[in-house]
Design a protein around this ligand. Sequence first.
Ligand code: NAD
Ligand code: ZN
Ligand code: ZN
Length: 366
Amino acid sequence: MRAAVLESAGQPLVVHDDVDIIEPRAGEVRVRVRYCGLCHSDYSIVSGSFPMPGPIILGHEAAGTVDCVGPGVTHLAPGDPVILTPLPPCGSCYFCLRSQHNLCVNGMSLATMALPDGETGLSRNGEKILRGVGVGALAEYVVTPASGAIKVDADVPLDVACVIGCAMQTGVGAVLNTARVEAGATVLVMGLGGIGLAAVQGARLAGASVLIASDPLPERRAAALKFGATHAIDPLTEDLPGTVMRLTGGIGMDYAFEAAGKAALIETGIALTRSGGTTLCLGAPPLEENVTIPMVTIFASTEKKLCGCLLGSCNSPRDIPRLISLWRNGQLDLEGMITHRRPLAEINEGFADLAAGRGIRTVIEI
Ligand SMILES: NC(=O)c1ccc[n+]([C@@H]2O[C@H](COP(=O)([O-])OP(=O)(O)OC[C@H]3O[C@@H](n4cnc5c(N)ncnc54)[C@H](O)[C@@H]3O)[C@@H](O)[C@H]2O)c1
Ligand SMILES: [Zn+2]
Ligand SMILES: [Zn+2]
């Protein structure tokens, strides 16, 4: 099959026509990928800020059609349109039984860059290729556990719906599932890429009364206002703490979402949330970045909370159909998240757009 392969960090990706992929095994399906959005988590491996051995096939925000199904798969058939998810829940592990499907043991595939049994199913000239960020969708085909391919209605435009796979699950899920933001709450979103703008859309949906969006890029601040932010701030030239205190009567935010991938902004979130408020860490900062938290003043006397967030705490087979319904009803804007489209041959230009913050999401046509 045709696939974009990263040999090692810092090098351009190379599109090859001779990558081998396995037939789906028991409980797996093979999907013909049609569209894949580019996410900063892929770029962090390209740039080396998340060190990962190569060769690797990246891409984890994708949609396509079922090519063939392995033994025992009865709920999917060839031709079915599907959205792929980087966290296919097994349904029976410790975490799935506690309705924390995003923490399923299958999620270890994100770290191992392989299928749950350790195989990647991908190779070229006999050399193993890693399966990047839970999917490996910058390729013609993907093999996934069947719970990783979520069937959608035939009229859902896959070239738009692909952004549900990561951006919308993570950003909207962070608001509705992880934080459970209540109507009337005050919300700050820092970082307005695909993840942060999806969080802005989620906060509007939840009924935030004050929704402050912060990013140095004017085009992304404009998008945040369009998606429902009540205020947009350039944190480099404007007074974000002063704005927060002015708009909340000196109390601070109920919720702050870090979606830029900068550890220092977690400290900003803690400082700008009120007593009892919650800072949510959506971004994945470079491994060497850390935060310093003064425990007594921050947690003990104020009961502030700090919370991780993996794929918006989504149970993908439940939440992907839910996100599509919200889009159908006009409550979520998927089209507005996509600003560039490129063929697979322009994959390096696509990552250059992401690195430079040009537009919002670039969707690669496979
Ligand atoms: N938690 C998860 O499950 C999950 C899922 C997907 C992505 N991520 C991570 O989320 C982060 C965002 O991903 P993305 O694809 O939206 O990235 P992106 O590069 O498109 O957007 C990041 C944005 O942060 C902005 N920014 C930089 N410095 C800032 C500052 N000081 N204040 C406010 N904004 C600032 C940038 O201008 C940019 O618009 C990445 O770290 C990514 O790895 C996490
Ligand atoms: Zn992602
Ligand atoms: Zn599980």
